[in-house]
Ligand binder design. Structure first.
Ligand SMILES: *Cc1c(COP(=O)(O)O)cnc(C)c1O
Length: 399
């Protein structure tokens, strides 16, 4: 165990999320020796006086405005295409229709490649570049591959992408246009992951798989900081999040803990709700059975590519956040997501990804279950643009 004792302002170390073991951060590390995700930890006490909400005013409207709590040390290695600080769009009409107090959509479709994967991949690629990685690799159900290709291109590093053959056509076109090495596989994201791992072992590729390196979650956590800023210094009652690998949910939960140590918020937290497809709902099943880890889902089927994740390495972190926040997990059918994409679109002007439609579809269920109340302030995450799914329809049509 190498503890970093010279804590400069913002000094950082890596910590195993399962055992708490600490590691020196200036080296490329994937999972911890225990096989669990690593978290970057910062000396928040040392930056508390300077890193305040007031100090953020006037900073560029990208996620790099939170640089004190981000892992990249060298400003010259911060690869940016303008990611983050996406609009938080309020919809009184949807709030009325759903019977909640107020409702906002965090429109992550407005990120550079049209999904919130940009947040994680900009951070992971920047940090891997800083630490000397040569070849980058990623297995993906779609959007993450587009993001990795974009940030690899921006950094000037080769990116190897392995995706399922039924990845949406716009995403394939994007990966090709961004110059990545593309391999299509007749299988699921887990099969793509196995191929990537083999090449990483054999050829020294650096694996950017979600939560298998420590920094994608750091990029995604900025959604939590943004909610606080965009709601003028508070957080909503409930956050509804379409959950695949869970990086965003885990990241926001981490951000809230940091914000409490920084003195921005108290101990109260939003209730966190994970939404999945009825065709692939390992977290919902684990939640309903009261488990601390999830059993992988067999025969995962959903047209929401970001939710087609049968097993997540951060399952215990997702379930812990749901439990500690007083939230929960629900599954919605693809046809319902599809209908809600149109309802949200007509009510707000946002063309949502199916994953975004899923969060809207979940609200009536959560109201019925009594988990969201009539006066609650609710934030839905539209994690991507509907444009990236054009030509994809749920099995069985529009329901
Ligand atoms: C990847 C993805 C998700 C799932 O995100 P996680 O943070 O991995 O749970 C949801 N929506 C879209 C559009 C995605 O691309």
């Amino acid at each position: 165990m190498n503890r970093v004792d010279t804590r400069m302002p913002g000094a950082m170390f890596l910590e195993c999320t399962a055992t708490g073991e600490e590691f020196e951060p200036e080296q490329l590390m994937g999972l911890s020796p225990a096989g669990k995700p690593l978290f970057a930890r910062y000396d928040l006490g040392a930056i508390r006086d300077g890193f305040t909400p007031a100090a953020l005013a006037g900073r560029p409207p990208t996620l790099w405005r939170y640089r004190e709590v981000l892992p990249v040390r060298d400003p010259g290695r911060c690869v940016s295409l303008g990611e983050g600080f996406t609009p938080l769009v309020e919809s009184p009409r949807l709030a009325r229709g759903m019977g909640v107090g107020r409702l906002w959509i965090k429109d992550e479709g407005q990120n550079p490649t049209g999904s919130f994967k940009d947040r994680g991949l900009c951070m992971a690629v920047s940090r891997a570049w800083e630490l000397g990685a040569a070849d980058l690799a990623i297995p993906s159900a779609g959007n993450a591959a587009g993001s990795a290709a974009a940030y690899g291109a921006a950094a000037g590093l080769p990116v190897h992408v392995v995706v399922p053959h039924d990845t949406p056509v716009p995403i394939l076109a994007e990966i090709r246009a961004l110059g990545a090495d593309l391999q299509l596989l007749d299988g699921l994201i887990s099969d793509c992951g196995a191929v990537v791992r083999e090449r990483c072992d054999r050829d020294g590729w650096w694996d950017l798989s979600t939560l298998k390196e420590p920094y994608r979650v750091e990029g995604k956590k900025t959604m939590g900081y943004e909610l606080y800023e965009q709601l003028d210094g508070r957080l909503p009652d409930a956050i509804v999040y379409p959950t695949g690998g869970g990086t965003g949910l885990i990241g926001m939960w981490k951000a809230f803990a940091e914000m409490e140590v920084l003195g921005w918020i108290g101990s109260a937290r939003p209730r966190m709700f994970a939404v999945q497809s009825t065709g692939c709902a390992p977290m919902v099943r684990a939640w309903e059975e009261g488990r601390e880890e999830a059993v992988p889902w067999e025969d995962a089927v959903t047209y929401a590519a970001g939710l087609r994740v049968p097993g997540a390495v951060g399952d215990f972190l997702i379930l812990r956040a749901l439990r500690e926040s007083g939230g929960g997990a629900v599954a919605v059918p693809d046809a319902g997501m599809r209908r809600w994409v149109d309802t949200v679109g007509a009510a707000t002007g946002i063309f949502a990804a199916p994953e975004g439609g899923a969060t809207a579809a979940a609200v009536p269920r959560l109201r019925e279950m009594g988990l969201i109340g009539a006066g609650d302030e609710v934030v839905l995450f539209n994690t991507g643009s509907g444009l990236k799914y054009v030509g994809m329809e749920p099995e069985g049509g529009r329901g």
